[in-house]
Write a protein that binds this ligand. Structure first.
Ligand SMILES: Nc1ncnc2c1ncn2[C@@H]1O[C@H](COP(=O)(O)OP(=O)(O)OP(=O)(O)O)[C@@H](O)[C@H]1O
Ligand SMILES: [Mg+2]
Length: 157
């Protein structure tokens, strides 16, 4: 099942991330795909805002992983934001400890997840962003299991 939403501005993309954050749970992994400048970081920032991240969420392009504290239903957990653009081999994902981020006390957002495809959990949500520059974006949410189907139906019905 998939949902397609159009975003005309960066603010709308932030808002969509914030909307998604309302149904996130500990252990969730969100894979963000799309070209350079598509809006993956913008979407992740919207999620962070929705989860009460304090301070700016900057792109982890050079550092690969940024970690924040966030709140899910009043409980503090970690929000882990990765950008795998600079990885050249899938095994490097293991080296940077990708699987340590797939735990119940964390939510993990991954930009450029393709190289680590084999490590991603089956129930991860893929958010695909089409478009760049000043063009409108088409944002496609792909639900691969019934939990995500129910959550997305609730959000976008
Ligand atoms: N509708 C839109 N949604 C998101 N970003 C938009 C939109 N319209 C314009 N923009 C601009 O596009 C850029 C998106 O940048 P962002 O860093 O979020 O992309 P990215 O997908 O994370 O790129 P990278 O692959 O380099 O990490 C920002 O400069 C933003 O202002
Ligand atoms: Mg980015």
């Amino acid at each position: 099942m998939e949902y397609r939403v159009t975003s005309l501005t960066v603010e709308q993309t932030h808002e969509l991330g914030k909307q998604l954050s309302e149904c996130l749970l500990g252990g969730d992994v969100v894979a963000l795909t799309g070209d350079l400048g598509a809006g993956k970081t913008a979407f992740a920032q919207g999620i962070g805002k929705g989860l009460g991240v304090v301070g700016p969420m900057t792109s982890p392009t050079f550092t690969l992983i940024h970690e924040y504290e966030c709140l899910i239903k009043g409980t503090k957990i970690r929000l882990i934001h990765m950008d795998l653009y600079r990885l050249r081999h899938p095994e490097e994902a293991e080296v940077i400890g990708i699987e340590d981020a797939f735990v119940e006390d964390a939510i993990c957002l991954i930009e450029w997840p393709e190289i680590a495809e084999d490590y991603l959990p089956d129930d991860c949500l893929n958010v695909e962003i089409h478009g760049s520059g000043e063009m409108p974006r088409e944002i496609i949410f792909h639900a691969k299991d019934s939990s995500w189907e129910q959550r997305l139906e609730f959000l976008f019905k």
